[in-house]
Design a protein around this ligand. Structure first.
Ligand SMILES: [Zn+2]
Length: 326
């Protein structure tokens, strides 16, 4: 996966910083989980050490780049919480490393993950470190909760706020990882985070979801009462918690959106499901498909205010059935 497609605004900003020789000593990478903060931190570190960096970033081929890729670079240090927090001893041993010159040059870089989880002592110790940069150092501090970082640290670092990923970026990230296109498309429309998408793929959960979902859609055309039974009995077994239940509603909403798209002759993402989409088109006008999407937004709100999942599904099935029966 190319980091350049994840956060194009930030990666081009970082490239400018390097090409104008305006590198600061410390950066804070702030943003939601799974938007590419770590990937870009390592990419920036590579750029910092790379012997042959060019306009599109590090070469990925020199000794420096290769050793960073294999997490084996003597002058790059990564700190992350041990248990619940980052402790002062971790920052002290980092400082000790930095007291000596870089092993191979005077360049040193450290990346701190979850920097907001530092204990007060660790934060104060890091602060001193940030105030007295030693030689050519680069600090990249990563956080999902920038509001928990003490002000004195915030004021000594350049803040880079990461954007939520665009659907297209999530899609190409999954496709580039070799995940089949239909699954990648569904993931990109139901999660904005690559990390979250990867979790959904674990133990084939999302594949089972895809199969059950399209099975139910097909069944609804042929045997709607059977489909309702499938929804009432099999869906709760896969959509077991609130987040997964919300995802089931997102999938349905995506489906009706695709019906709108195909009716309006817009591009669709579910190309393999063309025949099924056309079959649904006979039952739903553009406006009725849009009504279903509105109903699903309502259903999502019901779920958020703790309505029972089965009751919410029943509410949806009721309207769905009305359209199909005509
Ligand atoms: Zn290189």
């Amino acid at each position: 996966m190319s980091v350049l497609t994840l956060q194009p605004r930030l990666t081009s900003l970082i490239q400018k910083v390097f090409s104008n020789d305006k590198l600061a000593h410390a950066y804070i990478f702030s943003g939601e989980p799974g938007v590419g903060k770590e990937e870009i931190a390592f990419w920036m570190a590579k750029q910092f050490f790379c012997k042959h960096q060019n306009e599109s970033g590090p070469c990925d081929d020199c000794n420096e780049c290769k050793r960073i890729n294999s997490l084996n670079h003597p002058d790059l240090h990564v700190v992350e919480p041990e248990g619940q927090s980052i402790k002062i001893d971790q920052i002290r041993s980092l400082q000790k490393e930095f007291f000596y010159k870089g092993v191979e040059s005077d360049k040193k870089c450290y990346i701190i993950k979850h920097v907001d989880k530092m204990t007060v002592q660790a934060a104060n110790s890091l602060l001193k470190f940030l105030e007295e940069p030693n030689g050519q150092t680069l600090a990249i501090l990563i956080t999902e909760n920038k509001h928990r970082i003490i002000k004195t640290i915030l004021s000594r670092a350049q803040m880079y706020q990461f954007d939520p990923l665009k659907e297209e970026n999530v899609l190409s990230a999954f496709v580039n990882e070799g995940i089949e296109r239909e699954i990648s498309f569904l993931l990109s429309r139901t999660t904005k985070s690559i990390l979250n998408g990867k979790q959904l793929l674990e133990e084939d959960w999302f594949f089972k979801v895809r199969d059950l979902f399209f099975h139910t859609l097909q069944q609804f055309l042929e045997n709607p009462y059977g489909a309702i039974i499938t929804i009432q009995t099999e869906w709760p077994n896969l959509f077991t918690d609130k987040d997964k239940q919300q995802l089931s509603l997102k999938l349905l909403s995506l489906w009706f959106n695709e019906i709108v798209n195909i009716s309006l002759k817009r591009d669709i993402g579910l190309n393999d499901k063309n025949a099924l989409l056309e079959a649904y088109q006979h039952h739903f006008t553009v406006f009725e498909a849009a009504d279903m999407m509105e109903l699903l937004i309502e259903a999502s709100g019901m779920l958020r205010s703790n309505a029972n999942y089965l009751m919410v599904l029943e509410h949806i099935c009721h309207s769905w059935l009305e359209y199909i029966k005509r």
